[in-house]
Structures are given as structure tokens and as C-alpha cells.
Ligand binder design. Structure first.
Ligand code: R5P
Length: 322
């Protein structure tokens, strides 16, 4: 007979430096403090980490988005997990609220890498036992892991903010073909139709919105996306919608506020009246526009951590509308 152990080590939370505010909020929600670790750098920039107290046998959760500076934050995360693994943690769940390097999830041309897979391999090799993340750029990235992945959704949270805007005559807009599934989730929750914009990427920083598929004349669009990076996609989508006759009171909802390059200028577009993003990535004050709301994913993450720790189902946090 197989004997299944029902005991799990005590929960311990750790965080790197990428989003300390979110980590502190999650810890607060769970009524716990973050574990202490000493993080320093050698003169050449290499990261050194020492976990300050024993984690032997413990159920450890490490919170760190791999947001910009992506390579720094990724290295810090890998080194933290390695330290925890070598310190004999009982189980290590890596909580990556924003999974960077996800956009390179296939070879779009010859001789290119698949970084989404490479990061999955790195996390697993250093000792991650499971992964928790929110709104992956493409859900199939889960398949790059052979360890369990809890893929949480922020759509419910963001849709509640959008609902509160009470936009009349609204439509949900997917800014490209890849976001139609997510747009449908919003649309189902908000009871609105979906419009699709055909986007063409003409370089890492430049996109072109070519066709609007669906009726937007006289409508108030709500553009949804998994991330706003340079804001180029949102800005080009806004231009295409305005040209197609949309009312110039446009909303935008996105999970990850990467906000690099010309993001602030692009989002300042006068036709965008409201924006909501989450705090998966720390947003510095100079990037917080007046029209921007920030919805906290801390309760969602805390609830998922609690369930994983207690071996309870997380399905209802993963549930996506059909
Ligand atoms: C692309 O497929 C993504 O879903 C986002 O639309 C894109 O990464 C946003 O980038 P940016 O804000 O730089 O246009």
C-alpha cells in the first residue's frame, strides 16, 4: 500500500528585490513576515545570497517577477532558489507574478532562441518544485515545465475595475490575434461584444494596427492586453479605432505594466481616458499616470499560496470563462 504523507513543512515566504511592495502585501495578507536573507553583490556585479535562518524541510514560496531589469531579476531569482534548494527546503514554489522572456515562445525565424522554454528549464534545474504565475503571454508556456504550474488569472480582478467605469456602448478590443481568448474572457464577464484589431509587428519596438474587425463606430472601446511594454500596441490600436469612428473615450486594461521606452508618452494619448493595470510589476511614481488605476494581485497570490500550502484546490482561482 502506498503511504501518502499528509504533513507539509511550515510555510516560509521569501522575496527578491524586484517587487518588495507586492511581496510585503502578500505576506501581510497571509499574516506572516517575509523570511530574512542577506543579498549583496560582489564588486563585479555577481549576486550573493545567504538565507539567514534554517529552511530545512519547509514549504517555501519565493516571490519575484522577472520584470525589468529582466536579466538582473532573473539571476537574483535563480540564485535565491539555488540557495534555498542547497539549504534543504522541503518544497520550493517559485511565484513569478510576471514571467519575463515569455514573448519568445517559438522560433519566429531561423536561428532564434526560445527563451520562454529556456527560463522554464533554468528554474527547474536550480530546484523549483512548482511555479505560480499570472497571465502568461501564452498559456502554452505551462507545457515548457514538467513540474506543476498554477497559472492564475487577473481577468476577474481587472474586469471588476472596468465594470466600475460604467462605459456606455462599450466593446472589448483585442489588439491582436493572440489576445482574442483573453478578450473573450473579459467580454463574457462584462456582457460585451469583442472587436479584433489585426496587428503586425515591424520590429521589437514597432507595431502597426492594420484592420479593425468588428463594429466600433460610435462605440467606447476597452482595449485589453496581457502587458503594456512600450505602449506602442495600445497607441496604434487607439489610432486605428479612432480612424474607424470609435468615441474618443477609450479604456485600457492590462495585467503587466512593464512600462519601458515611450510607454508614458504613448499612454498619455488624449483618446485614452482610463487605464487599469495590476501590480505584478512595481510601478515607479513617475510612470503612474493620473488616469491609471493599479489593482493589487496580492489577495489572489496570497489565496493561491494558502491553498497550495494546505493541498487545497486552486481551480477556482484558475477558472477562465469559456
Ligand atoms: C504582444 O503580443 C503582447 O501581447 C503585447 O501586445 C505587447 O507585448 C505589448 O508591447 P508594446 O506595449 O511594446 O507594444
Amino acid at each position: 500500500m502506498n503511504v501518502v504523507s499528509c504533513t507539509r513543512g511550515e510555510m516560509e515566504l521569501f522575496a527578491g528585490t524586484a517587487n518588495s511592495e507586492l511581496a510585503a502585501e502578500v505576506a501581510d495578507q497571509l499574516g506572516r513576515s517575509l523570511g530574512r536573507l542577506s543579498l549583496s553583490r560582489f564588486p563585479d556585479g555577481e549576486v550573493n545570497i545567504r538565507i539567514d535562518s534554517s529552511v530545512r524541510g519547509k514549504d517555501v514560496f519565493v516571490i519575484q517577477p522577472t520584470s525589468p531589469p529582466v536579466n538582473e531579476n532573473l539571476a537574483e531569482l535563480l540564485i535565491m532558489v539555488d540557495a534555498l534548494h542547497r539549504a534543504s527546503a522541503g518544497r520550493i514554489t517559485v511565484v513569478v507574478p510576471y514571467y519575463g522572456y515569455a514573448r519568445q515562445d517559438k522560433k519566429a525565424a531561423g536561428r532564434e532562441p526560445i527563451t520562454a522554454r529556456m527560463v522554464a528549464d533554468l528554474l527547474t534545474v536550480v530546484g523549483a518544485d512548482r511555479i505560480m504565475t499570472i497571465d502568461l503571454h501564452s498559456p502554452q508556456i505551462q507545457g515548457f515545465f514538467s513540474i506543476p504550474v498554477d497559472h492564475l488569472s487577473s481577468v476577474e480582478l481587472l474586469a471588476r475595475h472596468v465594470q466600475a467605469w460604467q462605459m456606455e456602448n462599450a466593446v472589448v478590443v483585442s489588439p491582436d490575434a493572440g489576445r482574442v481568448g483573453m478578450a473573450t474572457e473579459y467580454a463574457n464577464r462584462l456582457g460585451l461584444p469583442v472587436v479584433i484589431v489585426h496587428k503586425r509587428r515591424i520590429g521589437p519596438e514597432h507595431t502597426e494596427a492594420q484592420h479593425v474587425i468588428g463594429e466600433v463606430c460610435g462605440k467606447r472601446p476597452i482595449i485589453i492586453d496581457d502587458m503594456i511594454s512600450t505602449g506602442g500596441t495600445v497607441a496604434r490600436t487607439v489610432e486605428a479605432l479612432v480612424e474607424a469612428g470609435a468615441v474618443q473615450e477609450i479604456g485600457a486594461a492590462a495585467t503587466h505594466a512593464v512600462l519601458v521606452g515611450s510607454a508614458v508618452e504613448n499612454l498619455a494619448h488624449p483618446a485614452i481616458s482610463r487605464i487599469v493595470v495590476t501590480n505584478t510589476i512595481a510601478i515607479p511614481p513617475d510612470k503612474r499616470l493620473e488616469k491609471m488605476e493599479v489593482a493589487s494581485v496580492a489577495p489572489l497570490i496570497a489565496s493561491a499560496i494558502e491553498r497550495v500550502h494546505r493541498d487545497k484546490s486552486v481551480s477556482e482561482l484558475l477558472a477562465r470563462a469559456a
